[in-house]
Design a protein around this ligand. Structure first.
Ligand code: HEC
Length: 470
């Protein structure tokens, strides 16, 4: 929430900046805007954007290759910045802004106005501006502290991976140790968080996946898991437990929903490492887990679902072509989808999720139109925007792979590409945390949301009729 307010404040400033650009450009045909304060300046217009959207990664000791903390740093990198922000590669937020749900808990994308402001600053001669306009340095959370500790205290359980060492210069590595959780009794999970720890781990840890491995069929909990999980649906392992990339806060499950961890469970890590020009010795990753109090069992189990987009035909991507595959999945129970996380490799271009309601109505839920294989961004819906779907809804998942020379990430457009684990092979699926709901709860949630929407509309129309010029 705090971040949200900051973000809105920054947006407002950036919009004001863009308005100034427009005035300047309009004035350019006649008399040039002479006053220095009519131009876009670094201190007033650009710095707030960098603080909110870039600096957490672009500072000493973090994952990005260069710092963007000062005017000097940013000045030097201006042309690369222009390229990366207009291509919407940086910041790593690759959702299509023109369609689908746009309310996300972890939104770090730039608005069109913010991009225009950065471009106008660069094209307008990279003016520094008045020292008084420079906002105070942004404060970043202590990277070694649990983000959720403010609200929930220290985690109830911490699982640390085996340490790893990475050479100063080497290709990207994937570190996959397995660590026992040490749990001796089943526990319901309210919140989880991952963070790199140990020597300089933050500089090389690109992103982390933690899979929960456990035997659910033979568990003494089997009966209650079945009840709370997919309302009688498939059992099986815990699946992907959590994903992490820089800037990610923990994940907190809504009241009444959670994940289950069983005795003798294990975490299978997949840590994507990226060398940063300095050997890093003995760094590791930690998973923090906060439990529901014993005896307080949530009614709904949140499960990470793997929705395939490859269909019956599988993946078969010819050289120099764009391939499209599609698959679908029918929801057997009412559900709330908590997030949207496409997974593809180097030829991945776009992926979308569409809902076909039982009455035939169609809605595009989300679409990533600028997929970047080395950024596995998890788009987490705001609580009041997470799609609520009735039983019988068909989810349609579509994937596009670009195996042409037009794709800057394509290592070789002459190759015929198949499904596989290596990044030069392909995949196409969507990870979605699905919370199944019972019918009454579903109807209550839909009604509450409808009421909130009507209220907001009523407030909006009364405020716009009272005040034409806010
Ligand atoms: C989540 C972390 C993160 C955020 C946020 C982020 N970057 Fe980056 N940036 C990186 C990393 C890591 C790289 C190195 C290339 C890669 O891994 O994609 C990079 C690369 C770049 C590059 C290319 C550098 C080169 O070597 O050519 C530019 C330019 C850039 N970022 C600008 C920005 C700007 C501007 C913002 C904010 C508007 C931003 N980045 C936000 C992590 C981030």
């Amino acid at each position: 929430m705090r971040d949200d307010t900051r973000k809105r404040a920054t947006r407002w400033i950036a919009t004001a900046g863009a308005a100034l650009v427009a005035t300047t450009v309009a004035g350019a045909t006649g008399l040039q805007a002479q006053e220095g304060d009519a131009a876009v300046t670094f201190n007033r217009d650009v710095m707030p954007i960098l603080q909110t959207n870039c600096q957490e990664c672009h500072q000493e000791g973090s994952i990005a290759p260069m710092s963007l903390l000062t005017y000097r740093d940013t000045y030097r990198w201006a042309s690369r910045i222009r390229e990366k922000v207009t291509e919407r590669v940086m910041p790593p937020w690759h959702i299509d802004r023109t369609v689908g749900i746009q309310e996300f808990k972890n939104d770090r994308g730039l608005t069109d106005e913010e991009i225009e402001t950065i471009v106008a600053w660069i094209d307008g001669g990279r003016v520094e501006g008045a020292p008084a306009d420079l906002p105070p340095p942004a404060e970043f959370p202590d990277p070694n502290a649990w983000r959720l500790a403010d609200e929930y205290g220290e985690p109830d359980l911490v699982v640390a991976s085996e340490p790893y060492t990475l050479a100063a210069e080497t290709q990207d590595k994937w570190w996959r140790p397995v660590t026992p959780t040490g749990l001796t009794e089943p526990r319901w999970v309210k919140a989880i968080e991952i963070k790199p720890a140990g020597n300089d781990a933050r500089t090389i840890t690109h992103h982390v996946l933690a899979f929960l491995e456990q035997d659910e069929e033979d568990s003494p909990m089997a009966a209650s898991i079945v009840q709370a999980s997919t309302r009688g649906g498939a059992m099986g392992g815990g699946g992907l437990f959590m994903e992490w990339a820089v800037g990610k806060e923990g994940e907190v499950f809504p009241d009444g929903a959670g994940k289950i961890m069983l005795p003798n469970s294990r975490i299978r890590w997949e840590v994507h490492l990226h060398a940063m020009g300095k050997e890093v010795v003995d760094s590791y990753v930690e998973l923090g887990v906060w439990f529901y109090p014993k005896g307080q069992e949530p009614d709904n189990r949140t499960r990470l679902m793997f929705f395939n987009a490859t269909g019956a035909t599988g993946l078969d991507i010819p050289p120099n072509q764009i391939a499209v595959t599609q698959d679908h999945h029918v929801l057997r129970w009412p559900a709330r989808l908590e997030n949207f996380q496409p997974h593809m490799h180097m030829r991945g271009k776009a992926m979308s999720l569409e809902a076909i309601y039982p009455d035939g109505r169609k809605e595009l839920i989300s679409q990533v139109d600028n997929f970047q294989w080395n950024w596995h961004v998890n788009y987490i819906y705001e609580d009041d925007a997470a799609p609520l779907l009735p039983a019988g809804t068909t989810l349609v998942i579509t994937a596009w792979h670009d195996n042409t020379a037009e794709n800057p990430n394509n290592p070789d457009p002459e190759q015929w590409v198949d499904w596989g684990d290596r990044t030069v092979d392909e995949m196409a699926h969507l990870w979605v945390d699905v919370t199944y709901l019972d019918q009454t709860e579903f109807e209550e949630l839909v009604a509450a949301r409808e009421a909130a929407r009507e209220l907001a509309e009523a407030e909006e129309s009364s405020s716009s009729s009272n005040d034409e010029n806010p």
